[in-house]
Design a protein around this ligand. Structure first.
Ligand SMILES: Nc1ncnc2c1ncn2[C@@H]1O[C@H](COP(=O)(O)OP(=O)(O)OP(=O)(O)O)[C@@H](O)[C@H]1O
Ligand SMILES: NC(=O)c1ccc[n+]([C@@H]2O[C@H](COP(=O)(O)O)[C@@H](O)[C@H]2O)c1
Ligand SMILES: [Zn+2]
Length: 248
C-alpha cells in the first residue's frame, strides 16, 4: 500500500494570519513526507466564525481579506471560508466532516457527486478534482496548544474528540511551553488513538502568536518578517488592531 493521501486542515482565529501559521503547513508536510506514510496533496485554512466571540476577534470579513492576501500565490495551501459563511459557530468536528464529505463527493466516481452549485470547492487542489478515485483524508493540523485545549473542562465534547482523532486524525506541531507527548500520555482516550496522532517537532522554534502581533501593532511596533508584508500593509490601510498608520 502506498502513502495515504491527506489534506491538512487548520482551524483557528487567524487574527491575523502569521508566518507561523504558514510555517505549520511546511513543517507538517516535510515531516509526513519524510516518514513515507502520507502524501500531502493540499492544505486548507479555515478561519473561525465571528460568533466564536474570542476577545479582540476582528471581523471575519477582515480576517478573510488578510488570508486571501497571504495565500494569493501559495502553491498548495488554500482558504475555505465555509465556517464564516454559516449562521453560527461550528464545532471543529463539523468542520472536518463538511470538508471530508465535499472531498469524497468530488473525488468519487459514483452517484453521490455534489451538485457543483451546492458547494464551494475552491479549497480543493485542481489535480485532486476528478482524480483517480483514491481516498483522501482530511486531517486536523494544529499547534500543541490546541491539542492541550482538549483538556479544558467543558470546551470539547468527548465524542467530538474521539471522532476528530479516531475518524480524521491529528497532526500536531510542538509549541513553546506545551508538552503534547505528556498530554497524550495523561489521557486514556488520546493514548488509545495514538496511531492517529502525528507529533511533529518544530526545531526552528519561534514564538510568533497572533496575540503578540496584535500587541505590537497596538503599540505601533514593527511586525515585519513576522507576518507577510502585504498583510501588514492591509492592516495599516484599514487601521486594524489599533495600529496607527505607519510605513513598513
Ligand atoms: N508559534 C506556533 N507554534 C505552533 N503552532 C502555532 C503557533 N502559532 C499558531 N499555531 C497554531 O495555529 C493554529 C491557529 O491558531 P490561532 O489562530 O489561535 O493562532 P495564535 O497565534 O495561537 O493566535 P492567538 O494568540 O490569538 O491565540 C492553532 O492550531 C495554533 O495552535
Ligand atoms: N468543541 C469544539 O469543537 C471547539 C472548542 C474550542 C475551540 N474550537 C476550535 O479551535 C480553534 C481555536 O482557535 P483559537 O486558538 O484561536 O481560539 C477554533 O477553530 C475553534 O473553532 C473547537
Ligand atoms: Zn491560539
Amino acid at each position: 500500500m502506498g502513502p495515504q493521501k491527506v489534506i491538512l486542515l487548520a482551524c483557528g482565529s487567524f487574527n491575523p494570519i502569521t508566518n507561523m501559521h504558514l510555517r505549520m503547513f511546511e513543517i507538517a508536510r516535510d515531516h509526513l513526507h519524510r516518514m513515507g506514510s502520507h502524501e500531502i496533496v493540499g492544505g486548507v485554512v479555515s478561519p473561525v466564525h465571528d460568533a466564536y466571540g474570542k476577545k479582540d476577534l476582528e471581523s471575519s470579513t477582515q480576517r478573510i481579506a488578510m488570508l486571501k492576501i497571504a495565500l494569493k500565490d501559495h502553491d498548495w495551501v488554500r482558504l475555505s471560508d465555509w465556517e464564516c459563511r454559516q449562521e453560527s459557530w461550528s464545532r471543529t468536528r463539523q468542520v472536518l466532516h463538511y470538508h471530508q464529505n465535499v472531498l469524497n463527493a468530488v473525488t468519487s466516481t459514483n452517484n453521490n457527486r455534489l451538485d457543483a452549485s451546492e458547494s464551494d470547492t475552491s479549497w480543493i487542489p485542481e489535480n485532486v478534482k476528478n482524480s483517480d478515485n483514491e481516498p483522501i483524508r482530511v486531517k486536523l493540523l494544529c499547534g500543541a496548544d490546541l491539542l492541550e485545549s482538549f483538556g479544558t473542562p467543558g470546551l470539547w465534547a468527548d465524542e467530538d474528540i474521539a471522532d476528530i482523532v479516531g475518524q480524521h486524525g491529528l497532526v500536531v506541531i510542538t509549541r513553546a511551553s506545551y508538552n503534547p507527548n505528556e498530554f497524550i500520555y495523561n489521557s486514556d482516550m488520546l493514548t488509545s488513538y495514538m496511531a492517529n496522532i502525528m507529533l511533529v517537532t518544530e526545531w526552528i522554534r519561534n514564538e510568533i502568536s497572533s496575540t503578540r502581533i496584535r500587541r505590537a501593532l497596538r503599540r505601533s511596533e514593527s511586525v515585519r518578517y513576522l507576518i507577510p508584508d502585504k498583510v501588514i500593509d492591509y492592516i495599516h490601510r484599514h487601521n486594524l488592531y489599533g495600529s496607527q498608520k505607519r510605513h513598513l
